[in-house]
Design a binder for this molecule. Structure first.
Ligand code: HEC
Ligand code: HEC
Length: 425
């Protein structure tokens, strides 16, 4: 009994942006003929909700605090040393999650969580069979609307007590009242659950708009024939990186990070498969959030392990889910560090060296960020060795080229965030 209680509290504390349940309808449109309110579409309402700090207990935090539109909808807040935090601080100012906030750009392309098969492209590996899609690193919310109900009620995020308190915050705002009644029906506030569902639906609708999927990076402009970027892909490092990335023989990247046939104009660089790639524990973050657990009066001595897909996602209990995480999109990846579900790596260069270390004879036996050998995987079960050991050793030039290719996946409006280090000139 006691154990069950603490494990519920702990998973709420450690797994940020929590919660899930089913979504509502998602079409824009009005439910009656009243005068048009200032927020007349689900998208406009959703955007306003996404940015509203009043949906958090201390009115200090909105979705966009951790998903900043200026930073490809990730959390750019820094710690006292000036480094971007691996995990997010909550509305109470002290709680710290255990996972890195993913970009919301292109998130709507993740299919609803399911179990099934998927064709792979540019890969020597067989097609994939297993869990696919969903939202969160472990897919525990099936879709965007389901996801959006979690953070307001998560004690280490926006920290509201219950749905009724969130709905009472909505009722404080007469623009919301008018918009909800116009879009979801006059009686919408008679039923707390229905009003909460409507809020989730509006946020999910907003997140599925083109604003989150502009497909206007240099890579997209190259595909579209834009003269000004052709040279980069023909003669530059990014071009070499692109060839390596899509190569069946020299790298394995496309096996997991390619959704469609090569050249697709809506490539998101994730097949939404689940894998354990052997990411080490972020021990610094664990130490920091164990202090947060102590502050919250929760036993902080417990050695917490993030099992990923297994257990966190109530649909998955079998051992084959242990340690697996959803393959993330690589769009905007060059401006959304740190990397991996726990933010354990700071640089893309490190991530690529980490992949190389799985190959026999790799020169990359040392983690350049720690100066010592790569730490053991947090979870040693189910590591995707078949995929990870398929490929050829990378030279330092190959690694630079892959980094340069990943930089070309940055949406036009975020290009000014790219490092000005001359690496790809
Ligand atoms: C305190 C920081 C924080 C706040 C506030 C927050 N999020 Fe998140 N968000 C995260 C973290 C951390 C994750 C990853 C959590 C996990 O996988 O368990 C996440 C995951 C997500 C995802 C999943 C993306 C993917 O690729 O799987 C979406 C979508 C999202 N958040 C939207 C929202 C919305 C909408 C709100 C407001 C209602 C919100 N978030 C509020 C930190 C936050
Ligand atoms: C077996 C499938 C698989 C292969 C092969 C693979 N990846 Fe990944 N990749 C993943 C998964 C799963 C994650 C997330 C792991 C986590 O969060 O713990 C990831 C994370 C990443 C990240 C960090 C993204 C972020 O936002 O944190 C980058 C960058 C990346 N991969 C690039 C590559 C490149 C480049 C290659 C080829 C050299 C490659 N991957 C090969 C599955 C794969």
């Amino acid at each position: 009994m006691k154990y069950v209680f603490w494990s519920v509290v702990l998973s709420a504390l450690l797994t940020a942006c929590g919660g899930s349940s089913s979504g509502g309808s998602s079409d824009d449109g009005s439910a009656d003929g009243d005068t048009t309110p200032s927020l007349a579409t689900k998208t406009a309402l959703g955007e306003s909700l996404f940015e509203d700090v009043n949906l958090s207990a201390n009115r200090s935090q909105s979705c966009s605090t951790c998903h900043d539109p200026q930073r490809a909808f990730t959390d750019g807040r820094t710690d006292s040393s000036g480094a971007v935090r691996a995990a997010s601080l909550g509305d109470d100012g002290t709680s710290l999650g255990d996972r890195n906030a993913p970009t919301v750009t292109y998130a709507s392309f993740s299919p609803a969580f399911s179990s099934g098969t998927r064709s792979r492209f540019n890969s020597q590996q067989d097609d994939y069979e297993g869990y696919l899609g969903g939202q969160f690193h472990d897919g525990r919310a099936s879709d965007l609307a389901a996801q959006a109900g979690g953070p307001p009620l998560n004690p280490i995020e926006m920290g509201m007590a219950d749905k009724a308190s969130v709905v009472s915050r909505l009722l404080e705002n007469s623009d919301y009242v008018a918009a909800f009644e116009y879009l979801y029906g006059d009686g919408i506030f008679d039923d707390t659950d229905a009003a909460y569902e409507a809020m989730r639906d509006a946020i999910g609708t907003y997140e599925a708009t083109d604003e989150f999927a502009t497909f206007d990076s240099e890579y997209d402009r190259f595909l579209a024939g834009d003269e000004s970027v052709q040279y980069k892909f023909i003669a530059g490092k990014a071009g070499t990186g692109k060839s390596l990335f899509f190569s069946q023989q020299f790298t394995n990247c496309a096996t997991c990070h390619q959704l469609n046939t090569q050249g697709s104009r809506t490539e998101t660089f994730s097949g939404y498969e689940y894998h354990n790639i052997g990411v080490p524990e972020n021990s610094e973050l664990r130490t920091a959030n164990s202090a947060a657990r102590a502050l919250a009066g929760v036993d902080s001595s417990d050695a917490y392990v993030d099992t990923g897909l297994q257990n966190n996602n109530s649909a998955v209990t079998e051992d084959s889910g242990k340690g697996k995480f959803k393959v993330p999109t690589l769009r905007n990846v060059a401006v959304t560090g740190p990397y991996m579900h726990n933010g354990v790596f700071e640089d893309l260069d490190t991530v690529i060296r980490f992949y190389d270390h799985y190959l026999t004879g790799s020169a990359n036996t040392i983690n350049p960020e720690t100066g010592v050998a790569w730490a053991d995987p947090e979870i040693a079960d189910n590591i995707a060795y078949t995929e990870l050991q398929d490929g050829s050793l990378l030279t330092d030039d190959d690694i630079d080229a892959l980094v340069c290719f990943l930089r070309t996946l940055t949406d036009a409006r975020y290009e000014d965030l790219l490092p000005d280090d001359g690496l790809c000139d």
